[in-house]
Design a protein around this ligand. Sequence first.
Ligand SMILES: Cc1ncc(C[n+]2csc(CCOP(=O)(O)OP(=O)(O)O)c2C)c(N)n1
Ligand SMILES: [Mg+2]
Length: 584
Amino acid sequence: MKSPEYGSDLIVDLMKCYGFKYAALNPGSSFRALHDSIVNHGENERPKIVLCCHEEIAVAVAHGYAKASGEPGLAICHDVVGLQHASMAIYNAWIDRVPILVLGATGPSDPTGDEPFPRLAPVHTAHLQGQLVRDYVKWDYQPNSLPGVVESFARAYKIALTEPMGPVYLCYDAKLQEDRVHEMPAMEPPEKFLPSAAPSGAPQKLREVVDQILKAEKPVLITGMVGRKKDTWKSVVSFVELLGLAVIDQGMRFNIRNTHPLTVTGDEKEVLQEADLVLALDVVDLYWALHRLGDRHERLGNPGAKVISMGLEDFTVRSWGESRRLVGTDSSIIADTLVALPEMARYASERLAQDEGARRRVEERVGALRQRHEAIRGRWMKEAERQWDLRPVSLPRLLLELKDLLAPHPWSLVNTGTATSSWARRLWDIEEPEQFSAGNPGGGLGHGIGHSIGAALAGTGSDRIFINLQADGDLLYALSGLWTASHLKIPLLIVMTNNRSYYNDEEHAEHLAVRRKRPVENKTIGFRIEPPTVDFAKIAEGFEIYSEGPIEDPKKLRGALERALKVVREKHRPALVDVVTQPR
Ligand SMILES: Cc1ncc(C[n+]2csc(CCOP(=O)(O)OP(=O)(O)O)c2C)c(N)n1
Ligand SMILES: [Mg+2]
């Protein structure tokens, strides 16, 4: 490695040393030195620049990369203005417990010198910039010296990756970046700053949980973010198979394959009604795991059931995104499920070996759950058939046609809208973690395209096709993400689920109209994205992306998807099919 000549060279060396492959950014003079160092000191190799046309997209790229790869992502944002654009995407990463390093720049914070910094610098400088995002990052820091740069980078890395993971923000003064390195600060290897091991759960408590499950007639497991760490899903599978647990999967990570016969997602109400014990693993919002929103909040399930919550959510208490309802639990355990699940499985095996009654109960449950699982899947297929010929295209038809075309190829679902997320989990066979990294629990729109690009970058080198089931409203916030996808030749099939509406809010309007006895027909005003209808195929063409559509006739769907898929597979480029769909 070349010796760093400038402060910014040193920052690039740190990025390389800590294994960052990509730096997603939109340029800005506050980090012109860092940009120069990435290109000319690091030769744009590690990290490599992912040029984005909006900071929100840059952070979403880092988010998607981190979620799909299991490694932290990295984005760089221009001073005050870039960070303001990025802030909502940082919030999305915070809520999704995704580790990213957001690097920023400022200043020079001491304006009394006469070095040639840009004239606008004072306008874009704040003391301290980190305040803008402090409520939804795990840590922010602005080092004042080169040793401080080295140490804070290590600390940021460690904090972002220590459970519960999340974004951190580091801000570099322009002068510090542009100053020469006179003396090389000491650098310890990154292995010295690996994330701290999370608490594994008090052994006695873990044993008590197993004992209670063994006693229960109908225990249920709710999986939240268990699959956020590589291979934890395997522990979920062993655990539920051993104990015959019904699984309700919230779909926030790949927690268990959706074709597993113990999954009964879709029958939450019935399953929770029968349950006498509920174990919630890494569930972020327990209240809404146990309630449903109708005219009022409806408690799902049997109020007498024991509720046990396990995970690390108790460590995330901050002011933003946390004003949740409290749920009473019979036991609440702070534990890293990656460690606790195998421990509990070991103990459960010992206990089961000595308890014939418990073994019989497990067997009976497994048989009944298998039937329930089949019935749920069958029901969804029936519903898909019912909607088959609808025009514009029904979401289940779209999902099934696509499923069929993708069957011979490796694929990965990297983004969905709310409705397509449900339909994909009902109709597709999502059987391995590489097939799924979608979802944005933070709910800040404009996320999908950036996230898709990042997730696809994480799969660089594989022959996977990346699938983005892209809602229209979400893409309209961040259309220029198409430029980055095209520029990088991302093998991304973008299927617009274009309902020509901010439909989620149309639903709210309808709900309110009924409640307030106001005209329901007004529900479209201020929500429908027409006229004019947006021609996404034409827009994509402007970014040199192969495109087809708009497609309203379901009979024309398959051919269009087939041709677009061929472009993605054979030309290794993105393609977009604009499908006009039913609202839900
Ligand atoms: C940045 C941001 N602005 C506004 C909202 C409020 N909002 C939530 S869902 C939604 C509509 C989304 O429309 P689209 O992406 O087309 O999905 P659809 O509901 O139509 O399936 C809006 C505007 C939000 N979540 N985030
Ligand atoms: Mg829409």
